[in-house]
Write a protein that binds this ligand. Sequence first.
Ligand SMILES: [Zn+2]
Length: 60
Amino acid sequence: MARSLRNKLCSLCDQSSFILYRVKYSENGNWVFVCPQCWEKVSQNNPFYVYGGTWKAKKK
Ligand SMILES: [Zn+2]
């Protein structure tokens, strides 16, 4: 049975990615998942950036 949760989408660019970073990037923001490209953008020079883990798609 296929599970639709296997591919998460980046919260910023809506692209699916096999690896996403769980981050907060605004002062009162919620946890979101971002792809590596967007992660570079939101993590640089951002005092509100918090890293919360890495999500990887596992194929089995
Ligand atoms: Zn993205």
